[in-house]
Ligand binder design. Structure first.
Ligand code: ZN
Length: 139
């Protein structure tokens, strides 16, 4: 069995952002040489997510509005977590609902997606360097 590991680095200029990372995941699969297998893609930070959905800007604005409705960033004093001196209590909650990781099947060397599926990095406490792990296993 082949294995391949790669880290992708991001630093978003805004606190919250969604980035289509499908090209980087495809490149990692190519580099692995795996034809039949699985690729795990996970955020390595507890205030960021990796998820699969549509690359449609309106949907991404809808996610942001929905998440801000559930866990607004302000007022930061509303979060017990922020009593530690942090201001990212909302980002931990947003990460929880958007998920830590995704797994995609690899068939004939390609990501075996359903219609419109793309892989996204969801940032909820950006403006600093953060990582995503890509792990490919298979034959
Ligand atoms: Zn925190």
């Amino acid at each position: 069995m082949k294995t391949y590991r790669q880290e992708l680095w991001f630093q978003t200029p805004t606190r919250r952002a969604f980035i289509n990372i499908t090209p980087q995941v495809e490149e990692a699969v190519r580099a692995s040489g795996v034809q039949e297998g699985l690729v795990l893609v996970n955020a390595m930070h507890i205030t960021a997510s990796v998820f699969i959905n549509d690359d449609e800007p309106g949907l991404h604005r809808d996610y942001d509005r929905w998440l801000e409705g559930l866990a607004p960033h302000e007022p930061v004093a509303n979060y017990e977590h922020n009593r530690t001196g942090e201001d990212n209590g909302d980002a931990h909650l947003k990460r929880q609902i958007m998920g830590r990781e995704t797994v995609v099947a690899i068939s004939a060397g390609k990501l075996d997606f359903g219609p419109w599926e793309q892989v996204f990095y969801g940032e909820f406490d950006g403006r600093r360097r953060k990582r995503v792990l890509v792990k490919v296993i298979g034959e």
